[in-house]
Design a protein around this ligand. Structure first.
Ligand SMILES: CSC[C@H]1O[C@H](OP(=O)(O)O)[C@H](O)[C@@H]1O
Length: 351
């Protein structure tokens, strides 16, 4: 067993008739699993961020739809497909920004195009969800290998949010190189931004990298510029929720600011993401839907009110980094460089 296999739990496990999910809202203090049996359980787990991270959301939704379909008491294929489409749209409405959600659900619907019976369709759905999870693990491992072509062990690297193993099937995207290097006895020094308001950096990335034996320093988000300037940060690497055809990238709120600082300090800024995070129907990032979440995430901390009651709040969960601020996009199919419109066409779509 590699260190990663023993250190970091798998976030999503299919248990033959239900989903066993690592509750990411309980981390880092409690490692607990919750059992999801219904479509509503899955919808609520995604909206409440019990599972979060673009690929992990897609995988969970895929198993959720396949699981729900197993229990349809419908014999007629046409009626089965009508109900499946309705439930797919419901799950797809759980969070708007990560394209992996709709990508995974569409893959499930497409997987039963040739089914000749309801039973065949039920089998195909489950098979496709299992396939999506297995492929994501392989893609993330390859992203880690490709990132190690750009990052040098021993360097200090900054990241934001959690684009880690628990946000994917395994390994993560932005954190994948650190896990792989650690398994090989090579070490980076990672500066993790805490990532207000939900604290994915402080709660999840700090925990995940510590489990994996990666040297990690936690900073608050407003320390990023000073840290990049004074701590010899050699690169910034982040995940992605949706990448448009020109390379504009939506990621956790605060990412755009890191990219601007990196540009001004001439520090390479990398996005790490699987091909399932690209939305080539969008010419650029202007039309990427940005999720706005409830005000309590900003006005409270661990249930304690930290702002005056009734204060107005703006709580966008993502921002869009324009492609000219991105040095390279690291995918499982290789490293893309500007112009991203061209490199996406030549490298991502060539298969
Ligand atoms: C590989 S995870 C990608 C992405 O998802 C996270 O958002 P959230 O925690 O709200 O699901 C964050 O933006 C990560 O970079």
């Amino acid at each position: 067993m590699t260190r990663l296999q023993t250190a970091i739990p798998i976030s999503i496990e299919w248990m033959d008739n239900h989903i066993k999910l690592l509750n990411q809202q309980a981390l880092p203090h409690i490692t607990e699993y919750i059992d999801l049996y219904t479509l509503q359980d899955v919808y609520e787990a995604i909206t409440a961020l019990k599972v979060r991270g673009a690929p992990a959301i897609g995988i969970t939704a895929a198993f959720g739809l396949a699981m729900s379909a197993q229990n349809y008491e419908i014999d007629e294929l046409e009626a089965f497909l009508v109900k499946l489409q309705k439930e797919k749209e419901y799950l797809n409405s759980s969070r708007p920004t990560a394209v992996n959600l709709s990508w995974a659900l569409n893959r499930l619907i497409n997987s039963i195009g040739n089914a000749r019976s309801v039973n065949e369709a039920k089998t195909d759905l489950l098979h496709e969800a299992i396939q999506i999870q297995a492929e994501d693990e392989a893609m993330c491992r390859q992203i880690g290998e490709n990132a190690l072509l750009l990052l040098t062990p021993g360097d200090s690297v900054m990241t934001i949010c959690n684009a880690g193993s628990i946000a994917t099937a395994k390994y993560g995207t932005a954190l994948a190189p650190f896990h792989l290097a650690s398994e090989r006895g090579k070490h980076f020094h990672v500066y993790a931004c805490e990532t207000r308001p939900v604290l994915q950096g402080a709660r999840l990335t700090a925990w995940e990298l510590q489990q994996s034996g990666v040297e990690t320093t936690l900073i608050t988000d407003n320390m990023a510029a000073h840290t990049m300037k004074t701590k010899k940060i050699k690169a910034v690497i982040v995940g992605a929720d949706r990448i448009a055809a020109n390379g504009d990238t939506a990621n956790k709120i605060g990412t755009y600011g890191l990219a601007l600082i990196a540009k001004s300090l001439q520090i390479p800024f990398y996005v790490a993401a699987p091909s399932s995070s690209f939305d080539l129907t969008l010419k650029n990032g202007d039309s990427i839907p940005i999720e706005e979440r409830n005000l309590e995430e900003v006005t409270t901390l661990n249930g304690t009110q930290i702002a005056p009651e009734g204060i107005q709040v703006y709580n966008p969960a993502f921002d869009v980094t324009s492609s000219e601020l991105i040095t390279a996009i690291i995918t499982e199919k290789g490293i893309l460089y500007p112009s991203y419109t061209e490199s996406i066409k030549n490298q991502l779509l060539r298969y």
